[in-house]
Design a protein around this ligand. Sequence first.
Ligand code: PHE
Length: 509
Amino acid sequence: MDPAKAAENAILEHLQSHDEIPDSQKFAASSGFDHGVVENVVKSLCGSRTIEANEIKEERWALTDEGKSYVDSGSPEVQFFRALPSEGEILMKDLEKKLDPTVYKVGPSAAVVNKWVTMRKEKREVRGSTKPETIVYVSRKINDVEDKVKDLLQKVEAGEAVDEKDVDALKRRKLVIPQTWRGYSIRKGPEYVLVREKAATDLTREHIQRGDWKQLKFKEYNLSAQVQPIQIGYVQPLLEVKEEIQNIFLQMGFEEMPTNNYVESSFWNFDALFQPQQHPARDSHDTFFLKVPSTTRQLPEDYLERVKQVHQSGGYGSKGYEYDWKRDEAEKNLLRTHTTAVSTRMLYKLAQQKSFVPKRYFSIDRVFRNEAVDRTHLAEFHQIEGLICDRGLTLGDLLGVLEDFFSRLGMTKLRFKPAYNPYTEPSMEIFSYHDGLKKWVEVGNSGMFRPEMLLPMGLPEDVNVIAWGLSLERPTMILYGIDNIRDLFGHKVDFDVIKNNPLCRLGLQ
Ligand code: PHE
């Protein structure tokens, strides 16, 4: 018979004549069932309310392998004692050959402490050596001994109560170890029967046709059963955090900008942002330039002319950079190095409208930089960018919106440090105090776009733009406790980590 069925029969039979099975482990041991099988049967019988079971959990002592070996052949001190002749002495050395190494190691000292044996030492001259040799003789002091250690071990094995002092002594000798013991006490349930009828799990067409569904017993729904994990696609942590941040921007009344162009021209990525053509960021060491197509075809000509002028000779109250601006340089295609290129395109579009409308824009998308890859840097990452374009904005507005935005991410303690960007003035780096790391960490960059950038677009003079940017990877790594960016993004990401990651909610700490 199937062992589960046999165990079920045994339990139900036992309960017919007894009130209780007090201990499923003992029951399993005495009736020759594996306790794992009994446990499953208990759960199933509880499900049909045939029995009621209470879980019992206890710290118990179990024998170590050494402990078990002494239950069979006696404690080492008794084995040692028994190896001695009933009268007279024996050479220790001779015993070494006779006894098991562990018995020879532990037995003698324990036997001496118990005052069972006497040791007599004798010095003997050794021929050819100046040092005398010590030889040891052993003899019995008493006729017979009791093996208390073995008795104790047997009691522990049988789960009987043992004095705490004795357990301590066994523990010190590493003969017993603590073990968590789990089992059930079992009684009859409200639906108790000696032989459980197999409950039907499905109502079929045949049941209805034959009409036997009326007599059938159906299995009850177990609403607390654990379900199988569902094998579906899992959202990458970066995408999860991205969505949370999108929601934060939407709640703050921002519109998302279209960022679906990784390839950008130098004009929109740099020139329109008043970033001079000799700027080190425009070096191929920092930027990926495209080979095919290497240049862009279309640029807005009149705007390009104004950008050229502002670089070369200034205007709008600026001196410009006073260098020879080259169209070739502006036409070079690249992988965008920041999403500020997108913001620039959007602001230019806004400036082309008949009358000015204030806007709040955001974007979260990929950018590329020709950087050495290490634990915290990849050659591509995601940038989060927010901007507000309105009349009369001040640095105070920027500070206010940053406090609001970052506090929604759970960063309430902020500090700002003056910084430099070619396209913003003033510019500020943003630091947040990290309670876990107990230090200030840089979380972003921000500023007010320069008139040299905004006025050539055609925006009204009293319109200001406050903006900030940060990486998506940095807060995600902090939130998920990931310290190597390659574990978060790229081909080395472990799928199990993605499947098993708990949801991380921003702003909740
Ligand atoms: N573009 C900046 C960067 O790459 C971020 C930034 C955006 C700074 C907007 C100021 C204003 O880090």
